[in-house]
Design a protein around this ligand. Structure first.
Ligand code: FAD
Ligand code: NAP
Length: 313
């Protein structure tokens, strides 16, 4: 028989949104259960220095997330290492099925499943994934000591990854499809001052080229978007940093979505299109996508859930 657990509030996700919801829902005496998912701590565990978390001039992303987990736990949140594979929102109590076999029933649900790295969708990218192609510099940068690396993208992630990779690489080429970066000015300044980084404007990745035995990257073929000219850049590592898509698999057929998959919430609240289901953080937010805004929405979701439960029970 499957183990069944009932809770007033089920929080799905353990990034800044989920843990903050855990702190607030615990303090509201709702005895929440938080299911962590495949990436305990969320996206910030894949980075190093975080310099815009209020109260910390600089903090390591993974350390911040360990602190958030401890905070939620100390307030009384039950934190479970499981992955929700199905979520039935047709009736209350809602039912979530865990990969462990546990069935969770909940009077209210807070969705905080965040976002995942996007890929370009090239067959050669797929072929070399894990063998020279990566979307996480902090996870894989170490393997490219003394090698040449390319980074694709022009946002904060691409620029931070390029800067981080200079710790290992002999040279980093940032390849961007325009001649203007989306990244914050402070990061752009650091990028342009770094002698190890070259920027290649108006170019896109066409193909990753490499060997079969051993499987590994030797170069990338890039296209000038203005002239269509194709050139090759030798490199051993390719870091794709072209943004993130909302992790909406559990609700893409049951909740209202916008902008290509972000869960829609009623303006000024975290209420979704199903009463009793709240959403917070990068899952709902196509615009700001920051740790602090996600945490803020996690707080709002717990307060919204508390109000909903007191009105309905
Ligand atoms: P996430 O952090 O994405 O967490 C989602 C959580 O949901 C994870 O724990 C995952 O395991 C869980 N989950 C997903 N699916 C399931 C499921 N089916 N069942 C159970 N759990 C599930 N922001 C800043 O403010 N400052 C920075 O310096 C900064 N640096 C960044 C560096 C990098 C490399 C990246 C990628 C992002 C960075 N960001 C930064 C953005 C920031 O990390 C995100 O805005 C923030 O983490 C979003 O929080 P979240 O709680 O919405 O979701
Ligand atoms: P992003 O801001 O969406 O930037 C994605 C970049 O990839 C853009 O420059 C985009 O180009 C490019 N791109 C998208 N699709 C492409 C494609 N198919 N081919 C080539 N290039 C493509 O994503 P992000 O950098 O991952 O950042 C996500 C969020 O996390 C942001 O809100 C960001 O502020 C936050 N974040 C914050 C920090 C920090 O505070 N230090 C660090 C990392 C991330 P265009 O510019 O031409 O659209």
């Amino acid at each position: 028989m499957a183990d069944t657990k009932h809770t007033k509030v089920l929080i799905i996700g353990s990034g800044p949104a989920g843990y903050t919801a855990g702190v607030y829902a615990s303090r509201a005496m709702l005895e929440p259960i938080l299911v962590q998912g495949i990436e305990p701590g969320g996206q910030l565990t894949t980075t190093t220095e975080v310099e815009n978390w209020p109260g910390d001039t600089e903090v390591q992303g993974p350390d911040l997330m360990v602190r958030m987990e401890a905070h939620a736990k100390a307030m009384g949140c039950e934190i479970i290492g499981d992955i929700i594979t199905e979520l039935d929102l047709a009736q209350r109590p809602f039912t979530a099925t865990g990969d462990s076999g546990t069935i969770y029933t909940a009077d209210a649900v807070i969705l905080a499943t965040g976002a995942r790295a996007k890929w370009l969708g090239l067959p050669s990218e797929e072929r070399f994934k894990g063998f020279g192609v990566s979307a996480c510099a902090t996870c894989d940068g170490f393997f490219y000591r003394g090698e040449e690396i390319v980074v694709i993208g022009g946002g904060n992630t691409a620029v931070e990854e390029a800067l981080f990779l200079t710790k290992f690489a002999s040279k980093v080429t940032l390849i961007h499809r325009r001649d203007e970066l989306r990244a914050e000015k402070i990061l752009q300044d650091r990028l342009f001052k770094n002698d190890k980084i070259e920027t290649l404007w108006f170019h896109t990745l066409e193909e990753v080229i490499g060997t079969d035995t051993p499987l590994g990257v030797e170069a990338v073929r890039v296209r000038n978007v203005k002239t269509d000219e194709i050139t090759e850049i030798p490199c051993k590592g390719v870091f794709v940093a072209i943004g993130h898509s909302p992790a909406n698999e559990l609700v893409k057929d049951t909740l209202e979505l916008h902008m290509g998959g972000f869960v829609t919430t009623k303006p000024g609240t975290t209420e979704t299109s199903v009463p009793g289901v709240f959403a917070a953080g990068d899952l709902t937010d196509h615009q700001y996508r920051q740790a602090v805004t996600s945490a803020g929405m996690g707080c709002m979701a717990a307060l919204d859930a508390e109000r909903f439960l007191s009105e309905h029970e």
